[in-house]
Design a binder for this molecule. Sequence first.
Ligand SMILES: [Mn+2]
Length: 249
Amino acid sequence: MTDTLRVAHCSDIHLDGDHYHHDQYVNASDYYREMFDRVLEQMRTHDPDIMLLAGDLFDSNQATTETIEWSMELIADQPCPVAMIPGNHDCLVEGGIYQRYDFKAIPNLTFLTEEEGESAWIEELGVAVWGKGMVDHSPNFSPLGGCPSRPDDCEFYLGMGHGIHVPHGEPSHRSSPIHMGEIEDSPFDYLALGHHHAAMKLVTNDTTAAYCGSPTDTVGGAATYAVIEIEKNNVTRLEILAIPGTERD
Ligand SMILES: [Mn+2]
């Protein structure tokens, strides 16, 4: 078992999106697919023990069969365990992608889909990972609500959540709120967040969390992902990194 857990965190890929058109792509969806491929390639350069995908892999539940099957093969091809939650764009609606395609059959993928939240173990790493499956992106959905305390026998405890960051003192009428107080009180060594496309580090005395940004949106200044190193209850590295060549002037 490892003493230092290396984590690579990506979110908000929005496969089959059509928000960005680039001259070099005939179809907008080609851009999203290429950037998912490229961010995984970048993440692999850090030799991660585990990859986390924190929601919105797809831009909508109308993604094409070709893109869905391509993404399943790409996830399966990664050389390490991958943990994933759905987001608001690919939430667990009736007839949605994750009902039609069995992502849980991907051997290296831990897909957390319970509406009340669920924990899974990646035994070979001593990792427990917790997350929720979003069904309804509404003010009533609390992405971190009810997260369980740290299991006694895990070496590393990871959390995942997809929703809007609510700083201290702000009203909470937004859908899928993640309050700063909840982040501070959360029991995880690292909390991987998704939904904001601009990366944001949220580090307190007790918890290290981050929105890693998006590999397909440069709203935060570049297309980004995060790399984290954890040494037994102590995060020693949290870096937001840009996919080379995506930095905006
Ligand atoms: Mn989202």
